[in-house]
Design a protein around this ligand. Structure first.
Ligand SMILES: Cc1ncc(C[n+]2csc(CCOP(=O)(O)OP(=O)(O)O)c2C)c(N)n1
Length: 318
């Protein structure tokens, strides 16, 4: 049975992700943020449902669409916002930006600009946990496009034969850039790929935070017991373009609208109210608190110092 506190934590985290992403979009449009980024709006239930199923000591690996994973694993919004604004107070002292946030203290082994790049890292982390017997489980997030990479297949094979404590979580948001999944993958249900590696594969509604939680929890328990990896496919959708440079011409307005109607946050709010877990007033209070946190993170980041020219190449090794 899932506690009320945990459900309210889930709502808060989903709202933090949504509002963080909306603020980032706003800062880009105001020309205050540079470079690029990949927004996670619409996929919030996946990161939050999955991270709700693990413990603080556990690890995650993330993707190029990584803000949601970072927030769900306990990332600090001040440091994230500062990083995206290129400030010295950011996670990488402003030198990494959106795709290079790692927070080892909270168990986040990092976002990754290389599609599929987190998959072998997660597999290696799980191998280290098995060798050290530290009881940790690693959640590995990646997209449907990444499941066509060679490292996906090598990693699942090794994790299966070595029975590693890792849960592979494919966020199938239907597209890899402008390419629909059915044009890039021989099977449209990515979970089917688990069969080649003799591990459990499950499909879950990625817009339903409680379903994601339940399925990931089962896979985490299995991993923690030494029974090896699982592959979970969360069917979801990104509302925004692939990145800041996406004119979004490859999908119809109707399709986007139909997925917006399945908003994971609104859906969970309705669940909480209909099941008397929380009142509308309580939900409004959480929203106000999240809003305040976002405003403070923005202020903190905007007021933070730029990196000094003298130290601009600190951390550059190649
Ligand atoms: C190895 C590699 N190949 C290509 C790219 C360019 N690229 C960036 S994101 C992306 C699509 C990834 O799709 P998916 O894994 O489904 O994730 P999504 O963007 O849908 O979350 C591609 C091809 C890259 N960053 N790395």
């Amino acid at each position: 049975m899932i506690s009320r506190d945990k459900m309210l934590w889930m709502l808060r985290k989903m709202l933090e992700i949504r509002r963080f992403e909306e603020k980032v979009d706003e800062l880009f449009k105001a020309n205050l943020m540079w470079g690029t980024c990949h927004l996670y709006i619409g996929e919030e239930a996946t990161a939050v449902g999955a991270c709700a199923a693990i413990e603080e000591k556990d690890y995650i690996t993330s993707t190029h669409r990584g803000h949601g994973h970072c927030i769900a694993k306990g990332g600090d919004l001040n440091k994230m916002m500062a990083e995206l604004l290129g400030k010295e107070t950011g996670y990488c002292r402003g030198r990494g930006g959106s795709m290079h946030i790692a927070d080892v203290e909270s168990g986040n082994l990092g976002a990754n600009g290389v599609v599929g790049g987190g998959i072998p890292i997660a597999t290696g982390a799980a191998l280290s946990s098995k060798m050290k017997k530290d009881g940790r489980v690693t959640l590995c997030f990646f997209g449907d496009g990444a499941s066509n990479q060679g490292v996906f297949h090598e990693s699942l094979n090794l994790a299966s034969i070595w029975k590693l404590p890792v849960v592979y979580i494919c966020e199938n948001n239907q597209y890899g850039m402008s390419v629909p999944v059915q044009k890039a993958s021989a099977v449209v249900d990515i979970a089917e790929k688990s069969r080649a590696y003799n591990i459990p594969g499950e499909i879950v509604d990625g817009n339903d935070v409680l379903s994601v939680y339940a399925v990931v929890k089962k896979a985490v328990e299995r991993a923690r017991k030494g029974e090896g990896p699982s592959l979970i496919e969360c069917k979801t959708y990104r509302w925004m373009g692939h990145s800041k440079s996406d004119a979004n011409v490859y999908r119809s307005k109707e399709e986007i609208k139909s997925w917006k109607e399945k908003c994971p946050i609104r859906r969970f709010e309705e669940y909480l109210i209909n099941n008397r877990v929380a009142s509308e007033q309580e939900i409004e209070k959480i929203k106000r608190e999240v809003e305040e946190y976002i405003q403070k993170a923005e202020e903190f980041a905007l007021k933070s110092p730029e990196p000094s020219i003298d130290g601009i190449s600190d951390g550059v090794y190649a």
